[in-house]
Design a protein around this ligand. Structure first.
Ligand code: SF4
Length: 551
C-alpha cells in the first residue's frame, strides 16, 4: 500500500517497472489477474466462447485490442488517487501529488490502442467510485462505472456493449444472490481466494459491513486454491473483512474455532502451497479464544514469508493480520464502531486492544494496525487517548498504519469532512508521526535503512514539509527523524521518555456486553456450534447509531 502510494512525480517509471512484470501464457494472456477480473472473466465465459474473452496486462493491450474489440473491463483500485491511503501517504508530499497506482491507471485508460479503436470501457473494482465522484468520465474515456459487486450485472452490461446499445454511466449493483456468487477457477493476484463477504460489526465509516455476511464453503474454496496452485501459484491468500467470522453461527462475533482451524489446515496441506498469509481481522476474538490463536499459529508460522528477529519461532517467522484499531478513545469508539468490541463493552476499548495485542504477540502475530485520524466528532482529547494507547503499546510488536478519514458513499459517515494534510492539527501530526516512528523502529531492523528513513524525514521537513504543512508539522516530524526527545518532548503531548499520565498497569479484563454478562471466557468460546456455512441478513443499526441489534 505504501509503495503504490508513493507520488509518481518522485518515482520515475523505470525504477519500479520491473516489479510490475508478471508471467504470461504462451498466447500472451495473463497468468495472474486481480480476483475481481477473474470473476468477470468467469461470468463472461458462461456467455461467450473462449476465443472472444481475453484477460491481459496493460502492456499487452495493443496485442489484443483491435477493430473487433467491443468492450474492455478495467479493474481500478485507486484510479484518481482518492483512497484512504492516499490521504496521508501521498498527500504528505502535497495535495497535488498523484500516487503511482493512480498514474498507472491513467496509463491504461489513455492507452493508444483503446484511444484508436474506442471499445466501450467499463470500470469496476474498489476504486471505481472515484471516477464518478470526480466526474472523470470524459477525461479518461470511461463509458460505464460499476459500483459494488458485479455478479448480477456484468453479463448484461457486456452484452449491451457488444450489441452497441447505450450503457448507463453509473451502475449501483444489487447484492448478488448466493447462487450468483462466482468462485473463479484461475490464478489470481497474490493467490487471493475470497473466504467471506460482509462483516456485521457495523462501523459507521465502513462499506463492507453493508453487505450480507457470507462464508464460502470450504469445499468450494479448496477448488479455487487448487486452481491457483495448478497454474503455478505458491501463495494462497484467503481474504476476508474479518477472518474470525468464517463459518460463525450466531452470535457471529464468537469465532467458530473448528471451522477456522479446519479451513487453514486444509489449505496449508494442499501440495504446492508454500505461503499462507492472513487477511483482515478484529482484535476482540483474540481475547475470546486465545487458544485459537495458538492453534492457527502452529499452522501458519511455517507458511509465512515474513521474518523479524523479535519472533520466538525457530525460523523467526511471524504472521501479520491487518486489524482496525482506528482510535484509542473509548468515547469515539462508542460513537463510531461499538460493534468492533463485541462481545466486550466498548467502554473498555483500550484494555481490549492492549490485552488482544499481548495475546497476538505471544503467538508471533505482529499485526498491522490501522488508525483513522480526523473521524467526525473527534476531539483533542480523543487524539490524546490514541497517543496514550501508543505509549501503552510501546513494547509491543505492531506496525501502525494511520490514515486520514475519507467519507465513503452509503456509509453512515458519508457526509463527514475529509481533512487535507494542511488542516491537520499538531496533535494529529504527533499521532501520525509517533505511530510511524514506532513502526520504523520495530520493522526496519537494518540499521542503515532505519537511519535513511530518519534522515529522509529530516531533509523533507527542511526542504518541503515545513512549507507544505505549516508549523504544526515541525516537532512531530523531528520526532520521526530521531531528534533527541530531550529537545523536543516539551513541545509535544506524549513524553516518549516517560512522565506520561498513562496507566501502565496490566490491562483489566474487559466487561462483557449485557447479553453475555456473567459468562466466563471459556463459556463464550464454546458458544459456537461449529456450523461451517451460515448466511444472515445485514444487522440493523438503531437510529442513534449507538449499538447494533445483536443476534
Ligand atoms: S470491523 Fe468494522 S471496519 Fe472492519 S469490516 Fe467490520 S464493520 Fe468494517
Amino acid at each position: 500500500m505504501v509503495y503504490a502510494s508513493v507520488p509518481a512525480q518522485f518515482a520515475p517509471r523505470f525504477l519500479y517497472k520491473k516489479n510490475l512484470e508478471q508471467p504470461r501464457h504462451p498466447d500472451g494472456t495473463a497468468v495472474v489477474m486481480p480476483y475481481g477480473l477473474r470473476v468477470t472473466e468467469a461470468i463472461l465465459l458462461k456467455h461467450y466462447p473462449p476465443e472472444d474473452v481475453v484477460v491481459c496486462y496493460p502492456e499487452d493491450l495493443d496485442r489484443f485490442v483491435g477493430p473487433r474489440t467491443r468492450a474492455i473491463g478495467v479493474s481500478a483500485h485507486n484510479p484518481i488517487g482518492a483512497a484512504f491511503s492516499t490521504g496521508v501517504y501521498s498527500n504528505i508530499f502535497g495535495s497535488t501529488a498523484r500516487p503511482i497506482n493512480a498514474y498507472e491507471s491513467e496509463r491504461v485508460f489513455l492507452h493508444p490502442a483503446i484511444r484508436k479503436y474506442r471499445p466501450r470501457v467499463i470500470v469496476g473494482g474498489a476504486g471505481a467510485w472515484q471516477i464518478e465522484k470526480t466526474n472523470a468520465f470524459e477525461r479518461l474515456g470511461v463509458d460505464c462505472v460499476v459500483i459494488g459487486r458485479g455478479e448480477a450485472v456484468i453479463a448484461d452490461l457486456f452484452q449491451a456493449a457488444d450489441e452497441g446499445k447505450p450503457l448507463p454511466r453509473v451502475v449501483r449493483t444489487p447484492e448478488p444472490t448466493l447462487d450468483q456468487i462466482v468462485i473463479p477457477q484461475k490464478r489470481s493476484t497474490f493467490g487471493i481466494v475470497e473466504m467471506t463477504r460482509g462483516c456485521g460489526r457495523q462501523c459507521a465509516f465502513c462499506t463492507p459491513t453493508l453487505e450480507t455476511r457470507v462464508s464460502i464453503p470450504p469445499e468450494q474454496l479448496l477448488e479455487a486454491v487448487k486452481a491457483n496452485v495448478r497454474e503455478g501459484g505458491r501463495v494462497i491468500f484467503p481474504v476476508s473483512e474479518d477472518i474470525f467470522i468464517y463459518g460463525a453461527a450466531a452470535p457471529f462475533y464468537i469465532p467458530n474455532a473448528d471451522a477456522l482451524v479446519n479451513f487453514y489446515s486444509a489449505v496449508a496441506s494442499v501440495k504446492g502451497v508454500d505461503y499462507l498469509p492472513l487477511s483482515h481481522a478484529t482484535i476482540a476474538p483474540a481475547l475470546v479464544n486465545p487458544h485459537l490463536i495458538k492453534e492457527l499459529s502452529s499452522i501458519l508460522l511455517r507458511k509465512s514469508v515474513l521474518r523479524n528477529p523479535a519472533s520466538t519461532h525457530p525460523d523467526k517467522t511471524f504472521v501479520s493480520p491487518l486489524i482496525g484499531i482506528e482510535t484509542g478513545s473509548p468515547r469515539l469508539a462508542a460513537l463510531t464502531m461499538p460493534g468492533k468490541a463485541l462481545p466486550f463493552d466498548v467502554r473498555d476499548w483500550q484494555d481490549i486492544v492492549v490485552e488482544g495485542i499481548n495475546i497476538l504477540n505471544e503467538n508471533n502475530w505482529f499485526p498491522v494496525c490501522t488508525f483513522i485520524v480526523g473521524l467526525p466528532d473527534e476531539t483533542e482529547d480523543d487524539i490524546k487517548q490514541s497517543l496514550d494507547l501508543l505509549y501503552r503499546l510501546r513494547r509491543n510488536k505492531v506496525l501502525y498504519v494511520p490514515s486520514i478519514f475519507t467519507p465513503l458513499e452509503e456509509t453512515r459517515m458519508a457526509d463527514g469532512h475529509a481533512l487535507k494534510p494542511r488542516e491537520l492539527t499538531k496533535l494529529q501530526w504527533e499521532f501520525i508521526l509517533t505511530a510511524w516512528r514506532q513502526s520504523l523502529d520495530f520493522a526496519v531492523v537494518r540499521k542503515r535503512s532505519n537511519l535513511a528513513w530518519k534522515l529522509g524525514m529530516y531533509a523533507f521537513y527542511y526542504a518541503r514539509g515545513r512549507w507544505l504543512h505549516g508549523p504544526q508539522f515541525k516537532y512531530p516530524a523531528l520526532r520521526f527523524a530521531g531528534v533527541s526527545e530531550e529537545k523536543i518532548s516539551k513541545h509535544l503531548y506524549l513524553k516518549w521518555n516517560g512522565n506520561n499520565n498513562v496507566s501502565d498497569t496490566p490491562p483489566r479484563q474487559p466487561r462483557l456486553v449485557a447479553k453475555h454478562a456473567g459468562a466466563t471466557i471459556e463459556e463464550l468460546s464454546r458458544l459456537q456450534d461449529g456450523q461451517p456455512f451460515n448466511i444472515y441478513g445485514t444487522t440493523r443499526v438503531t437510529d442513534s447509531g449507538a449499538f447494533p441489534i445483536l443476534q
